[in-house]
Write a protein that binds this ligand. Sequence first.
Ligand SMILES: Nc1nc2c(ncn2[C@@H]2O[C@H](COP(=O)(O)OP(=O)(O)OP(=O)(O)O)[C@@H](O)[C@H]2O)c(=O)[nH]1
Ligand SMILES: [Mg+2]
Length: 259
Amino acid sequence: MLTEHPAIYVNALFACLLEFSIGRIIRLERSIIDLSLINHVLNISIHLFSSKYLCRSTFFPYLWTYHTHRSCFRALCCKGPPPPRPEYDVVCIGLTGAGKTSLLSRLCSEGSDGIVPTTGFSIKAVPFPNAILNVKELGGADNIKKYWSRYYQGSQGVVFVLDSASSDEDLEAARNELHSALQHPQLCTLPFLILANHQDKPAARTPNQIKKYFELEPLARGKRWILEGSTTDNMEAVKESFGQFISLLEDKDTEPARI
Ligand SMILES: Nc1nc2c(ncn2[C@@H]2O[C@H](COP(=O)(O)OP(=O)(O)OP(=O)(O)O)[C@@H](O)[C@H]2O)c(=O)[nH]1
Ligand SMILES: [Mg+2]
């Protein structure tokens, strides 16, 4: 078999390259294309093409060489798509100006220029190394806030963002909103990530002060949640907080509350 015409090997290598290129295109996530069908069509067209132009050998040596080389080529160069990451649907709430859009945009590596208050809601697929969060941000303006609960259905987790440097009045409003969310029938059993944002500002309360003021302890009992300080100036810390939140979503972390 190894003594066959060298054109067979050129032929097989060419077939592998062609399949590799097309494979890269069709291996999009959630592709609805039937890969096995494409593989059949590809095999036949490669065979016809190669037998006509590259060598006039019989079909079987070609097939053997092609499949052998294809396996080697795949092992070396074409490892295929990475295993799919789990996806979680998360709702993100907080008063207007808390920094929801800014944080989410930075997590998606988008620029922070031109961010305007969210009217209605916006959805972003935020990628992390071990999961993708489909985050639905609900605008925090007064005229939108009253409709928040209509968008809670289907959520698997909650991100609550607050401005740690806001006025006492706004902080109290944020506290009331968080308490309502924690007790809402559609959210009360879900993991919460509470981000005390704007920590870069001198007037910012510390996460501990927020925790005390928000009186979270009685509500925390038996719930899975995290309260962390955050600022758009330190996205590495924000990513770490989301990493812990993902662990709660995966239910890996059995610790009930970390505030
Ligand atoms: N200094 C500072 N400014 C921030 C921070 N996060 C957001 N901002 C600023 O706060 C303003 C409001 O941010 P947004 O991201 O639009 O706030 P939002 O929570 O999405 O507001 P709505 O969409 O209206 O609910 C913007 O000017 C941001 O640049 C932060 O951590 N520190
Ligand atoms: Mg926004």
